[in-house]
Design a protein around this ligand. Sequence first.
Ligand SMILES: [Zn+2]
Length: 239
Amino acid sequence: MNRLEFINTGLAIVGLSHFESDISMKTDPQLLIGKGSPKLVGKNYALLPEADKAFREMSAAAQKQGITLKVVSSYRSFEKQKSIWNRKFLRFKNEGMSDGAAIAKIIEYSTLPGTSRHHWGTDLDIIDAGPAEEGDVLLTEKFHGNGPYNTLREWMEMYAQDYGFLLPYTKDELRSGFKYEPWHYSYAPKSIPMLMQYLELDHKELIYSSDLNGRSGLDQEFLASYIKSHVMGINPSLL
Ligand SMILES: [Zn+2]
């Protein structure tokens, strides 16, 4: 089986066979790490045109069920991710953590700059704009039980894949890496080939060429293990 057949078989397994996953598509490596100027579209968000089109179709379908999809995060640049990383690192250090503990705490939910799926214009965090927003909206409990986004979650679990969107950070307890994120969806027909290309990049470069807090703890050994556990610790349908 060649790589294209492999990808298409994978998409068929998750019910995405009607989507073309263009494995021959090559993305500028700079764009895969959140640098450069990607061509993105969207009103209150920024996505690749293909992902935006699918998202708008999915939104229209959700709307018919009274669910108003609202994107709270989509494309994020390397610089933006770096500011999130550096801010969290300082906060955890101020709470008395060691460098290693602070890094471990950050990567429960946040990525190292240059390794975020949000760099690709394929991934987004969504809520339902219907219920009133109170405080932090991206909390797991808000997507379950009596939470305001439980209906959204149930609808997305049922229909998102019809539009090409899959959850990378599933509830699967055997999965490594980032914690369960019921709000984060990825447009698989684009993000699968992008991840494949991304994994061939030299990740050391992107860490050591930037002024990241906690850099001394981000050695080659850490990076290799992080790529395996976190970058690849996703829904197998997206690998
Ligand atoms: Zn996210």
